[in-house]
Design a protein around this ligand. Structure first.
Ligand SMILES: NC(=O)C1=CN([C@@H]2O[C@H](COP(=O)(O)OP(=O)(O)OC[C@H]3O[C@@H](n4cnc5c(N)ncnc54)[C@H](OP(=O)(O)O)[C@@H]3O)[C@@H](O)[C@H]2O)C=CC1
Ligand SMILES: O=C(O)C1=NCCCC1
Length: 344
């Protein structure tokens, strides 16, 4: 599966969620993952595509496959879960993907959160190449509050600095509410996700102002100049920069993972997955707020709507999800054909 030529618009095709999961699962196994790793990655990637999170859907498959081929990541790694203390779980992902590490620790983490009110999962020696909301949303569907951070690879210039150091370092949060799907946001701490810069370059589109700089550190709206020697900026100047720094500290220093600038994949041509860490905090709100938390969060939403808000974070995803469930997931026909060709 190769990168597409720029500026060519492809027609759409439609595929059912389960069919896409099945297709991706077979592709991953054929390219060196275990069936269990394939199942988790396929579900994650298909969920992103279903919800319209294109920068972390099918678009990412060539990156996953070239990384597996390069030997940079172990697609068959078996995570090792360490029950560290009452509120702490540590997982060594074994140079594998972060999703199997989370899956391996999930039930222990939930038990701990329900018993102690709060539990922390620290994953290290892991690769996260995906959207982060699929890691937190399921906890909120079970009535828990969840927060996760993951760092990535050096491509963001800290506010006030001269050269890139941070990753695009997303933060995802999920909380239950009484009369609707969980409140979820998931955002890169860079002004734009790296994936969206790649997509803009592929489509021949310009970036909005203030997203990145070229190789000379000059502001640019050309995605290729950002990707070829340039860098991204944090969102919101010093504020996004501080959050990105926090993500480095929590996802790498606190977990025992690599900082975004600490690994060197030069010996693995084709490697694309950052070798870092991930932190997840799960809270049982019934311990502090009683059963009223979901009502309280619903009240907040009610008041936000009353204040004139038309779109909550997550609304667009849920609208796209509903449409995908009804008509099938709308995908780029060329990308889908390329995926299917991988199985011939
Ligand atoms: N694994 C990794 O290392 C990395 C992964 N990523 C992933 O990239 C993805 C994209 O990140 P990013 O580009 O920052 O996300 P966006 O800027 O598209 O969206 C960020 C959040 O804001 C919400 N939102 C967007 N616009 C509005 C609006 N007008 N009003 C209210 N809410 C709004 C979105 O909800 P909605 O979804 O409903 O639009 C979403 O929850 C994320 O899933 C992230 O996890 C990014 C960096 C690194
Ligand atoms: O879009 C991004 O930014 C990233 N996504 C996956 C991991 C690398 C950075």
């Amino acid at each position: 599966m190769s990168a597409q030529s720029p500026t060519v618009a492809h027609p759409s095709a439609f595929i059912r969620f389960n069919d896409l999961v099945g297709l991706l699962q077979t592709v991953f196994v054929r390219h060196g993952t275990s069936p269990e790793v394939a199942r988790l990655l396929a579900h994650n990637c298909a969920s992103a595509e279903r919800d319209g999170a294109h920068s972390h859907g099918i678009f990412r498959i060539p990156g996953y496959l070239s990384t597996l081929a390069s030997g940079w990541v172990d697609g068959k790694a078996i995570p090792v879960v360490d029950d560290v203390a009452s509120g702490f779980v540590r997982v060594d992902a074994g140079n594998g993907f972060a999703q199997p590490a989370l899956a391996a620790a999930r039930s222990l983490l939930v038990d701990k959160a329900r018993n102690a009110g709060i539990a922390l999962l620290a994953i290290h020696n892991s690769h996260h190449f995906a959207a982060l909301w699929p890691d937190v949303e399921p906890f909120a569907e079970e009535g828990l509050v969840a927060l996760s951070v993951v760092n990535s690879m050096t491509c963001v210039v800290p506010h006030g600095a001269d050269r890139p150091l941070f990753g695009t370092n997303p933060i995802a949060f999920a909380a239950p509410r009484a009369d609707g799907p969980p409140i979820v946001f998931d955002l890169a701490t860079s002004a734009i996700a790296h994936g969206d810069v790649q997509i803009a370059a592929r489509k021949g589109e310009r970036l909005p102002p203030g997203m990145g700089v070229d190789s000379l550190g000059q502001p640019t709206e050309d995605p290729k100049a950002v990707l070829e020697g340039g860098a991204l900026l944090p969102f919101g100047g010093h504020k996004g920069s501080a959050l990105s720094m926090m993500v480095e500290l929590l996802a790498a220093a606190l977990t025992g993972g690599n900082f975004s600038f600490e690994f060197n994949w030069a010996d693995h041509p084709g490697a694309r997955t950052p070798w870092t860490g991930q932190l997840l905090i799960v809270i049982d709100p019934s311990k502090t707020a009683g059963q009223s938390f979901a009502e309280r969060s619903q009240e907040l939403v009610r008041q936000m709507h009353a204040a004139g808000l038309r779109r909550l974070p997550g609304d667009r995803r849920h609208r796209t999800r509903a449409k995908s469930d009804e008509q099938g997931i709308e995908v780029d026909a060329h990308e889908l054909a390329q995926l299917r060709e991988l199985l011939l």
